[in-house]
Design a protein around this ligand. Structure first.
Ligand code: ADP
Length: 243
């Protein structure tokens, strides 16, 4: 256990048992298909607290991406409310939503989207520099995160010089570089072999525990899902807890 890592700049408000990091209240989302509506979410309710890792498991087309996009403030719901650390996001302007997203949310995708011409260190530095941190501070934090992901030997490597599992761990470090409170991941281990998938999940889990992040991870990997704190699925547009 690495105790020295400072993943929580504020030092407050990240302990379990407090108000949920993410709350969905009767969220609705529909898409127009010709003259009909496809009702993807029909009153979805969800609460996720700091330090919790929740698996989102549902068949293709059930609405997982829609849910992640809504929770990530990339889309707006057609009804209901989405609260981030108690802040109702529905009435916020696009600019305020973007600011909140940049500060509070980290994303990890199945395909990592690392910038190929930059090293691992630079890939993790960039979001921090966009947010206004000085190069030196960004580099120090990036190095700390990559070390936490056990990538000490890979900091100066470009994505093409790393394995799939290593690239994905860089992507996780990048996602949390700006100290978000919520991590949203869409099949983060989907293109990895089973052993590497578990290794990447180990790293992610350690990070969530150390930082008090809340994480929602869409996955088809039931072995990985079984290692998370809770499992949820989508049934007829509602969120249902699984056994
Ligand atoms: P999943 O991620 O579980 O595969 P999605 O959230 O991508 O599911 O999609 C849920 C349903 O909504 C699917 O039937 C999909 O075709 C439809 N859908 C998603 N996005 C759009 C969109 N922008 N316009 C119309 N239909 C959409």
């Amino acid at each position: 256990m690495m105790a020295a890592i400072d993943l929580d700049e504020s030092g407050a408000g990240r302990r379990a048992g407090e108000e949920p990091v993410l709350r969905l209240a009767r969220v609705e989302r529909r898409y127009q298909e010709g003259d009909r509506y496809l009702e993807v979410l029909r009153g979805a309710d969800l609460e996720i607290r700091a330090g919790e890792i929740v698996a989102l498991i549902a068949p293709s087309g059930a609405g997982k991406s829609t849910l992640l996009h809504l929770a990530g403030l990339l889309e707006r719901p057609d009804g209901g409310e989405i609260l981030l650390r108690g802040v109702a996001t529905g009435e916020l302007s696009d600019a305020d939503r973007t600011r909140l997203r940049r500060m509070e949310i980290g994303f990890v995708y199945q395909f990592h989207h690392l910038l190929p011409e930059f090293t691992a260190l630079e890939n993790v530095m960039l979001p921090q520099m966009i947010r206004g941190l000085k190069r030196k501070e960004a580099a120090a934090r990036a190095a700390q995160l990559l070390s936490y992901m056990r990538l000490d030997e890979r900091m100066e490597h470009r994505p093409s010089e790393m394995s799939g599992g290593e690239q994905q761990r860089v992507a996780i470090a990048r996602a949390v570089a700006n100290v978000p409170s919520l991590l949203l991941a869409d099949e983060p281990t989907g293109n990895l072999d089973p052993k590497t998938a578990h290794y990447v999940f180990d790293a992610l889990q350690a990070l969530v525990r150390a930082s008090g992040l809340a994480a929602v991870i869409a996955t088809h990997n039931m072995d990985i899902a079984d290692r998370m704190d809770r499992r949820i699925t989508l049934e007829e547009g509602k969120i249902v807890e699984m056994a």
